[in-house]
Write a protein that binds this ligand. Structure first.
Ligand code: BG6
Length: 302
């Protein structure tokens, strides 16, 4: 069964104890509120932005800034910004692509018999894409015990290639950054973007953050874990079609510079982002497609 909901205020009942409501969210931006028998989630059409995922009887998995803007033309601070078709600054084009600023089209709400809910969104055509070869981008968000994200980019051209970067810029909630750590990066080469860009190789079994961090790790295809003793949980990141991991925390000074981020909020978040950045950019031949899949789940930390 496939259901499509497109009017604010409309509710669909996708299956056992599941519910999807389409309503006006913060800043009157349209959003989907999803509840399944395991979890709750929120997705804004603005940026195809998942702002919330929470398993029952657990704190939220995603961090969302109290100071975030919710407005056309502004990115949301927290949750999972979709970064596409470029990452970082690009001369004359701004930061982190235009996908996070566009209102995506809601194509389908697909309930599964087990109570899972999948939502499929499509990036609309627009003048921002004029300088790029033709492409299509769809984003499928599946909510159940876990949160699974799939960004599917296709090149429908007969003769032109399409090269792009992508990144699911996930902000995770932690109880205390002082005791949290990231496991799964050891041995990987990285570019450190704090100050003068320097190259390094990760030596830590469990990376801790005690200052501003902004690193792009390459050849990072395996699973990662955020260990959070303060909240007594582990966040697991499993990915396919991703060669880069970005780790970001703005720490004290940068937090104060960010107008849409609280001065103290760096203490309870960490970005561990999955995508394909810089030398790992994706080159799509005519007629080809690529999928970035990220599965996010939590379990108690023993
Ligand atoms: C990270 C980048 O992915 O995003 C950082 O590596 C950047 O350099 C951060 O500061 C936040 O970017 P923005 O555009 O959302 O403020």
């Amino acid at each position: 069964m496939i259901m499509t909901t497109s009017k604010p205020g409309e509710t669909v009942e996708p299956g056992a104890l599941g519910r999807v409501t389409f309503l006006d969210g913060k800043g009157d931006l349209p959003m989907l509120e999803i509840s399944t028998r395991w979890s709750a989630a929120e997705i804004y059409l603005h940026g195809a932005h998942v702002t919330h995922f929470q398993k029952k009887a657990e704190p939220p998995m995603l961090f969302l800034s109290q100071c975030s803007r919710f407005a056309e033309g502004q990115p949301i601070r927290g949750g999972i910004p979709v970064i596409f078709p470029w990452f970082g600054r690009r001369e004359g084009l701004g930061q982190h692509g235009f996908a996070r600023l566009k209102t995506w089209e809601l194509k389908e709400v697909v309930p599964a018999p087990d109570g899972s809910v999948s939502v499929r969104l499509r990036l609309p055509d627009g003048p921002e894409a004029a300088g790029f070869p033709r492409f299509t981008a769809e984003y499928i968000v599946t909510v159940n015990q876990a949160l699974t994200l799939q960004l599917v980019v296709a090149n429908p051209a007969r003769d032109a290639e399409f090269t792009f970067e992508n990144c699911l810029h996930s902000y995770f909630e932690v109880g205390d950054i002082a005791t949290a750590s990231v496991v799964g990066l050891k041995g990987l080469a990285y570019e450190d973007r704090v100050g003068a860009c320097v190259a390094g190789r990760e030596s830590a079994d469990a990376l801790r953050v005690a200052a501003e961090v902004d690193r792009i790790y390459q050849d990072s295809t395996g699973p990662l874990e955020i260990l959070d003793p303060s909240l007594g949980r582990k966040i697991r990141i499993e990915k396919q079609g991703s060669a880069s991991t970005v780790v970001w925390n703005p720490w004290v000074a940068k937090s104060r510079q960010l107008a849409d981020f609280g001065d103290e909020e760096y203490r309870r978040m960490i970005c561990v982002e999955s995508g394909n950045v810089g030398p790992a950019s994706i080159r799509l031949l005519p007629g080809a497609a690529s999928t970035l899949t990220v599965k996010l789940s939590t379990e108690p930390l023993k």
